[in-house]
Design a protein. Structure first.
Length: 327
């Protein structure tokens, strides 16, 4: 059984600490057998204070690192300052206990730990948008992307703030065992199996003036029209706005342009069709509004890193072979 080890550091945030056991601990196979064993450890095996008004007791010490197939580090209260050498020696030593090939995951600002340990040098990674500039100054060798919910760089994965830890764990589950298992866990945990968009939609921006007119009804209408071309003028016309007004309000509400949003919806629709139907790739491309299989392939590779055929083989319920999918 795949063992997930969660490291609880002093000042750990309880919500993020609970994410791995909630997601991975819910995952079962066809015969209801657990797919993961999730254990929590601390550096000394003793109780750990949290970022709330209570402590948690764990049953494992740092020796658990030696048995980890996946290591997850939730965020904790800390002040890394501006120096790379802030990483405590016991924590730095702990990474030497990991077996070769262990998958390492950080949630939110726990990315500071991975970066300080040198695990993110030359890699793409993310962290909470509010810390992205500081993080980049502190670790210039890391390729920081502040606009995504998570980054999958193969054996090292990083999530942005708080709930993005759920998104990343759902992604890992989907990568390990396919969409059927991930969707079942999502239903049981009442979370989306895949959340569109990135951190940009959560970054504070001026709140638009209150208005009875929004773009929500046009977005709902557009989702029913994905099989055909949709121009910006047609979208604005449906919303009974000028193109300029519609574009501005759409970006204020959604955090991206209408064209970017529409492409995301087409990709997501194509993914669902690849996962749940046996339609030929050409037909999937047509149903999703891409027109040609070549166009579908270009957009899917840009989003997931794999071709439509590889995606279907990976995420169909009858094929659980894992594949690395850069975000």
């Amino acid at each position: 059984m795949h063992r997930v080890v969660v490291l609880a550091l002093e000042g750990v945030y309880p919500f993020e600490l609970s994410i791995p056991v909630r997601i991975f601990g819910t995952a079962v196979g066809e015969s209801d057998e657990p797919l993961y064993e999730v254990i929590t450890c601390s550096l000394d095996g003793g109780p750990v204070t949290t970022g709330a008004d209570f402590a948690v007791t764990v049953e494992h010490g740092i020796e658990a690192f030696e048995t980890a197939d996946t290591l997850v580090i939730p965020p904790f209260t800390c002040d890394p300052g501006e120096g790379r050498n802030w990483l405590p020696e016991p924590l730095a030593d702990a990474f030497t206990r990991l077996r070769r090939g262990t998958r390492i995951v950080s949630i939110c600002t726990a990315s500071y730990v991975l970066a300080a340990a040198g695990l993110l040098d030359g890699r793409q990674a993310t962290t909470h948008w509010n810390e992205a500039d500081h993080f980049q100054r502190m670790f210039p060798k890391v390729k920081v992307d502040p606009d995504v919910l998570f980054v999958d760089d193969g054996d090292v994965l990083t999530a942005a703030g708080v709930a993005a830890g759920i998104d990343l764990c759902m992604h890992i589950l989907r990568r390990d065992h396919g969409s059927e298992v991930a969707n079942r866990v999502a239903r049981l945990c009442v979370v989306p199996p895949w959340r569109e968009g990135g951190q940009a939609q959560f970054i504070r921006r001026p709140v638009p003036e209150p208005s009875a007119t929004t773009t929500s009804s046009t977005r709902a209408w557009a989702l029913e029209q994905l099989h055909r071309p949709l121009s910006l003028a047609e979208l604005a016309g449906h919303a009974r706005m000028s193109v300029r007004t519609f574009s501005r309000r759409f970006r204020d509400e959604v955090g991206m342009t209408p064209g970017q949003w529409l492409t995301r919806q087409r990709v997501e629709h194509a993914r669902r069709l690849l996962e749940t139907t046996d339609l030929p790739v050409d037909r999937v491309a047509d149903e999703a509004g891409f027109g040609t299989a070549t166009s579908l392939r270009q957009h899917l590779v840009a989003t997931t890193g794999v071709s439509p055929t590889t995606y279907r083989h990976t995420f169909r319920a009858d094929d659980h072979a894992p594949v690395s999918t850069p975000c």
